[in-house]
Each structure stands twice: as structure tokens, then as C-alpha cells.
Design a protein around this ligand. Structure first.
Ligand code: ZN
Length: 390
């Protein structure tokens, strides 16, 4: 660790110019060699002997790091722990989002996906926040908590000293030296704290990466639901992540609430498709999410069957509204206790509708409404058998 820091310090030639590194320091300063020190020591001894000056030579902590470790390796480690390569992080993040969407078409802004699930996100780790929080918490903890490794603590305190004193995390003690400039890899910490608005946090928060992350995420607003007419968006996001729903149905419900299910009007509005018209023969209306699941004649037929006695999961007499079907809100009070069952059934029916629509578009297969409802019933049975349902 110490060796890495000394090597790192040489990167920052400003330190030499500011006089922080002594002109006699030879190691890791461009243009100087470690053998310069040997010559200097020999000359000093000669100088003292010639003039009969009393001299004491102390050999302090001459560690072998520089002779035994590859410099390439040191820089590599430094880059990994201290100086995250911005481009590498951005590339990694892009790969994560392409993987999530299965294509380069990202249907929801990345910031939204990074939100916690209960706020309408998907809980995708925010890499700059996640890595930055780890790095910041690790080094602030090293500098401020009692350590089993006093050398590391001393080095961290030295390099971060001016910052720690300014923040009052370290008492000002003029007998202990500190670096006035933050080296490159610690300069990252104040930048990170500023970027995520964490400058005012207590030390107890700053030394724990989980607290840093939840602090930032806690401030995120709940994503709005555009088509929502009654109730709160947070209720919709709770329903989307209902424990009774298998993952596939959660994803579908999430895309319905964000209105990004790739129906034709969504694709059309993003310039990916020429026509926004519903693919059902003879329909002709723009195919929005609401149209697909509620307004289209095919959907009307399906819900009629789903509400009939052929399909025992939706309670008889319950008035099915678009809001209940899309978002799970506005259920009549005496059906509240049946919510899990109703919501699972609704999600499975939406899924079956979407599947039949894709079979129509992709394979020109016309699935009769009864078959769509049977498909939904099978999904419900599967989910219940897997332990998720009522
Ligand atoms: Zn239609």
C-alpha cells in the first residue's frame, strides 16, 4: 500500500513543484534514480569527514518494494483501486443496459432503471455511484477508524490530511505532517461527494458504502405513471413487484406502467416503425398499450370471457376497470382481501394477450379468445404451484 502511494505521488509532479517532495528524493521522480541516493549518502559522509563534522546516519524504513515489484503492476493496481477509468465504466454500463433490453434500443432512461424497484426502477446498480461509494467509504474508514494496520492509517491520513482537517474529521495537530494537495486518486473523493450531493453527510455515513448509496437513492423521486387516474404511483410500483407475480409478469407489468411495451405506437413514436396501426385485421386504431390490453375488440372479447364463469379466478360481480387491469388500483373495498388472486390473474391475462398479439404479428397465427384465456389460466396455475399465488 505504502509503495503504491509513493509511486502515485510521483505521478503528480505538482507535488515536486510545490516542494512537498524533497529535492533529494530520488525514487519514482522522473529523471532521478534510486542510485542517486547512494551517491548522495557517500558524498555527505565524505563532506562531513573532510571537515571533521559530527554526523549520524539513520537508515529508516528502506523498503524493497521498488526493487521487487513490477512498476507496471503497481500502476495497474493503482488504476484498479484508485483511479477508475471513466471510459471503462461507461463501456461496462452500456453493456449492462444493452443486455437488459436485449438490443441497443433502450426504452426507459437509464436513471429510471437505476432507481429502487419501489420507486419505479429496476434496481440496476449505478456503477459510478456504487464504485465511488466503495472507494470513498474504504479510504475514509482507513483514515478515521482505529486500524490493525497503523502504517496504512498513517499513510492515508498523511495523503488525505488537509481534506480530513478541513472537514473536521481529524483534529488539527501541527506535530503531524500532512499533504497539502490531495493526490490524484484522493482528489476523486471530494469530487464524488460533490457530484452526488453528499458533502454534508456525517462521518458515520461516509465510512459505509451502503449508507452512501441508500442516501443517494433515498432522494430519488418516485417515477410517475402517465395513465394513472386514481391512487398513488408508489402503489402501482408496489403492485408491479408484487411477490405473487413471477418475474416474467413483473417485467410485463413494469413495461405496461412505463408505457414501453413495444406495441406499434411506441415503436412508431421512436421512429422504429412506419405504421402505428393495430395489427388486428380490420381494427385500424393506433396500437397503444391501453389499446392492446383494453380497447381493441380482441381485448374486449378476452376480458368478457375472463369475467365469465369459464374462468373462475376473477371474482364474479367485480367491476373490471382499465385502471384496475393496468395498474391494480381502484379495487372495490370488499374485494381487497382477494387482491393477490385478482392481480395475478390480471397480469397473466395481459401476458397471454401480449403473447397472442406477438404470434399474430410474427407468425400470422390467430389465437381465439378462449385459447388466450386458457393460456392465462395455465400461467396462473403455474405461478400458484411455484408458491407465489394465493
Ligand atoms: Zn386493435
Amino acid at each position: 500500500m505504502a509503495a503504491i502511494m509513493v509511486v502515485a505521488s510521483a505521478q503528480n509532479t505538482r507535488l515536486v513543484q510545490k516542494g512537498l517532495i524533497h529535492p533529494d528524493q530520488a525514487c519514482a521522480v522522473p529523471g532521478r534514480r534510486i542510485t542517486d541516493s547512494l551517491v548522495l549518502i557517500r558524498d555527505t559522509i565524505c563532506y562531513a569527514r573532510d571537515r571533521n563534522i559530527r554526523l549520524v546516519v539513520l537508515n529508516l524504513d528502506f523498503e524493497k518494494a521498488f526493487d521487487r515489484l513490477s512498476h507496471q503492476y503497481l500502476f495497474e493496481v493503482l488504476r484498479k483501486v484508485g483511479l477508475p477509468d471513466r471510459r471503462a465504466i461507461l463501456n461496462l454500463e452500456r453493456a449492462v443496459f444493452y443486455f437488459i433490453w436485449g438490443s441497443k434500443w433502450e426504452r426507459v432512461r437509464r436513471e429510471v432503471l437505476k432507481k429502487p424497484k419501489e420507486k419505479g426502477g429496476k434496481g440496476v446498480p449505478d456503477l459510478p455511484l456504487f464504485l465511488g461509494a466503495r472507494f470513498t467509504a474504504l479510504h475514509l474508514a482507513l483514515a478515521t477508524s482505529p486500524s490493525r494496520n497503523p502504517k496504512t492509517t498513517a499513510f492515508t491520513r498523511f495523503w488525505m490530511g488537509s481534506f480530513l482537517r478541513r472537514k473536521k474529521f481529524l483534529p488539527i495537530d501541527l506535530r503531524v505532517p500532512v499533504s497539502f494537495n490531495l493526490p490524484l486518486f484522493y482528489a476523486f473523493i471530494p469530487t464524488f461527494l460533490k457530484r452526488f450531493n453528499l458533502e454534508q453527510e456525517e462521518l458515520q455515513v461516509l465510512t459505509k458504502h451502503r449508507l452512501l448509496i441508500s442516501c443517494v437513492q433515498g432522494r430519488e423521486p418516485v417515477s410517475s405513471v402517465r395513465g394513472l387516474a386514481i391512487g398513488e404511483p408508489s402503489q402501482v410500483w408496489r403492485n408491479v413487484n408484487h411477490p405473487a407475480l413471477p418475474n416474467r409478469l413483473r417485467d410485463l407489468s413494469w413495461m405496461v406502467a412505463h408505457e414501453v411495451l413495444p406495441v406499434r405506437s411506441v415503436m412508431h413514436s421512436r421512429g422504429l416503425l412506419q405504421s402505428a396501426t393495430c395489427p388486428r385485421p380490420g381494427c385500424g386504431a393506433p396500437e397503444s398499450v391501453r389499446h392492446l390490453l383494453w380497447e381493441c375488440s380482441a381485448a374486449v372479447d378476452q376480458w368478457a370471457i375472463a369475467g365469465s364463469l369459464q374462468f373462475p379466478y376473477l371474482p364474479a360481480g367485480e367491476v373490471l376497470t382499465a385502471q384496475l387491469m393496468l395498474y391494480g388500483v381502484g379495487l372495490s373495498p370488499n374485494s381487497k382481501k382477494d387482491f393477490t388472486r385478482i392481480w395475478l390473474t390480471l397480469a397473466a391475462t395481459k401476458d397471454a394477450t401480449w403473447t397472442s398479439r406477438n404470434l399474430l404479428v410474427g407468425r400470422h397465427m390467430q389465437i381465439p379468445p378462449v385459447a388466450v384465456i386458457r393460456m392465462a389460466a395455465a400461467t396462473v396455475r403455474e405461478a400458484v404451484a411455484a408458491g407465489g399465488g394465493p
